[in-house]
Every structure is written in C-alpha cells, then in structure tokens.
Design a protein around this ligand. Sequence first.
Ligand SMILES: Cc1cc2nc3c(=O)[nH]c(=O)nc-3n(C[C@H](O)[C@H](O)[C@H](O)COP(=O)(O)OP(=O)(O)OC[C@H]3O[C@@H](n4cnc5c(N)ncnc54)[C@H](O)[C@@H]3O)c2cc1C
Length: 418
Amino acid sequence: MSEKAVAVVGAGAVGLFTAYELTKRGADVTVYERQPLDELRNASWGNAGHIVPVMSVPLTSVANITSVFKSVFQRNSFMVLPRTVSMRSVEFLGKFAMNSRQGKWLRSVESLVHIDRLALSEFERVQDEGLALSFERAPFVSAFRTQHAAHAQISDLLQVTSRGLELDIALLDEAELFRREPLARAEGRFGVVLENQGLVQPPVLMETLRAELAGRGVEFVSASVESVDPVGGEGPSSGIQVLTTSGTQSRFDQAVICSGAWLDDLTTMHGVGPRVLAGFGYSLRVDVPDLPQGMLYFPEAKIATTRMGDSLRISTLMQIDDPNGAFSPRGARRLEENARRVLPMAHWNSVREVWHGGRPISSDGMPIVGQTRTKNIYVNGGHGMWGVTLGPVSGRLLAEAMVEGRPDIDLAGFSATR
Ligand SMILES: Cc1cc2nc3c(=O)[nH]c(=O)nc-3n(C[C@H](O)[C@H](O)[C@H](O)COP(=O)(O)OP(=O)(O)OC[C@H]3O[C@@H](n4cnc5c(N)ncnc54)[C@H](O)[C@@H]3O)c2cc1C
C-alpha cells in the first residue's frame, strides 16, 4: 500500500479511473480539473458509451489517413483535416501520416489486444466493487447497405481477433437484422452482430466515479494546471510541484497527467514522445420509436447510436484540430443531416443535448501510459476513440506500476517516452 500524495490532472474518465485505482492502493489523491465540476462536458461525458474492445484499434490505418486527406474534396468524410493550420497541427499530421503503415498498425494492434482483452471484465470488476457505473452487457450491431461492406467489416474484425481476442460474431440477413433492430430498416440490408459487448451511460459513469472518489476523501481542486515539475533535486526532500494558472503551488510525491486532448501542454517538457491533438466529435440525444438492444452502428454513414435510458444518443465525426477549437454549428448540422438519413423514423423534434468534445488522438494512434522522462511524473492519455473502454484497465495498470513497481502485463507498447 502507498501513502503517497498523488496529483491527478484532469477529471475525465481516464483521470477518474486512475484516481480510483490509486486510492484503492492507499494513495492520498488530489484531482485538478479546470472545467466547472458540476457541469463537466469533457469527452468522457458526451461520447457514445460503447465498450466494444475489438473496435479499439489504432486510428493510424492507411484507410484513415487517406480519408483525412480526401476530406478536402469530400463533403461527408468521417475524418477531416484541421480547420486551423498551426505548427502543432502540421507536426501532428506529419507524424500521424508517417505512422500510418500496415506493418506498424498490426504491431500496434498486437499491443492493444493485451488490454482490449481485459476491458469488459474490468468494468464488471469495478461494478462488483460497488460502483454503479451503468455498465451492462449488450450486443453491438452494424447495419450495412451492401453485403460487401458487411464482409469487409468481418474480415477487419477477424484480423484483430486472430491476435488473441475472443469474439462471438454473426452475419445477419435483412429479415434477421430488422427483427433484432427495427431502427435499422431505412438503411440496413445486412447486419453484423457482436454479441456480449458492453455499454455505459457516460454521464452516469462520470457522476458515479466522482461521488465515489469524494466519498474516499479525494480532494477536487477547481483550477487550471499550468505546469507539473520536479522540485527539491534528487534527495529525500524531492517532490513534484503542481502550479495552477492562478499561482497556487502544491507539493506531491507523484503526479499523473490525464488532461485528455490537452496532454501536450503539460507533458512535452517531460520527454513524452507522441503528440496529441483533439479528434472532435458531435453527439445529440433524440427520442425514437424503437430502442436498439444495445448499440447500433451505421458504418457507411459513420453514425453510432446507443440506447441511453429511454432515448438514443447519436454521435459521429472526427475533426482533427487544436483542442481549444470552438463548437462548430456546421459539425452539429452535419451530424443531424447524416443521422436523419439513416434514422428518418426518429422524433427529430425532440433533439437535445447537442454536444461536441475532443477525443485525445495520439500521433501514432496508441494510448500513452506510464512514466515520463521526469521521475515521479506519469501520464495516462491519448486513448483516442476508446478512452472510456480502456479507462478502467489503463488506470489499474498504471496504478499498479506506480504503487507496486510493475504492472501485471507489459505496458511497454504504450510507453510515454517511445
Ligand atoms: C463523439 C465521440 C464518441 C465517442 N465514443 C466513444 C465510445 O463509444 N467508447 C469509448 O470508449 N470512447 C469513446 N469516445 C472517446 C472517449 O470519449 C475519450 O477517449 C475519453 O473520454 C478520453 O478521456 P480523457 O479522460 O483522456 O479526456 P477528457 O474526458 O477530455 O478529460 C480530460 C480533462 O482534463 C481537463 N484538463 C485539461 N487540461 C487541464 C489542465 N491544464 N488543468 C486542469 N484540467 C485540465 C479537461 O478539462 C478535461 O475535463 C468518443 C469520443 C467522442 C468525441
């Protein structure tokens, strides 16, 4: 057990799961968050809530990078180029393009499979520990217009499962698809179902984690962190200083930076290799005549839907950009236009909770988890499209590495200094 004082920067799912695992191991944790805690609308709040580990593959595929550059000409591309050109975005895209090679992608999939394999059971473990995360097992159904596209998805998934991930997968014909998911009827002719995946309601998950941490004595500081630095040299008085933009300085034994798409602001000076930008996406909530059994995805339109209580959350788009990018009414319009096309039967006059948020995308498509070049400063971030799915497992592995010296499986593929 550790009695160390640890600062966690960022109250997204990754920061909160990390804080939870650290407190369980005896650490005295303080969480810094700059958005108002009562109305946190970060990426972890507005996402689709899919816990589908087999889909958490690196974004750096040849198909994705091609789609980014084609977005200049294609109106409805899923991955789109930054709206603002800056040194940061140019450097990021350069690295992202260099990393988008088939061989590298397959090696990255192999590293990810180690933690993907654990993702669903980690949610069950945390729920068994008493946290009502809203996690439930549910099917993930994709609806396709063509059989060719359905087969292509199956062969992509088999590429991942062949590296050691179990999957219960089936192809559905039109009748079977509509029987299971009446909402697919406007768009789908073929379906692919992955049984026994998971979903959460992100706002519930976030609120539960915060309440649990507060109950465990974790202090939440509402402040923007300006820097996280070592102080006191190498001797016994050494430590980590967290400086906020309002000038407050506090001292800790260790710090973990989990600041999502803003990771670079606090980590590049500590030798963290990959760059991180925001992959902005949009979501909204709407009433529908039939709720899906779990998650219903329209890959050709890149529209992801999730049953959330008695309505549907719909999300889409990947606009790579500066994390401080403002809400774009055009992005929200595009989500609604595309979603109306695949779901014309939804009650479109009930649209609410229109949201945008930035996925922390790393320049090699892989999470960044572990010690930085600076002793006692750690990082957990860059999970891209799958930070909720991988939050519990990466939080536990990092906490084990910090407190017990070694994680139970190798985190090397996610090294912060790669
Ligand atoms: C449209 C969309 C759909 C998605 N769907 C899914 C899905 O189905 N399943 C899935 O697993 N993932 C999904 N994701 C991805 C997932 O939302 C992210 O990977 C995850 O939320 C990242 O968590 P995080 O904690 O790293 O970042 P965040 O949730 O962004 O949290 C980072 C926090 O750090 C704070 N912060 C930043 N800098 C500072 C600072 N200097 N000082 C203090 N605080 C700071 C920020 O305010 C923020 O609250 C989706 C994302 C989007 C946009």
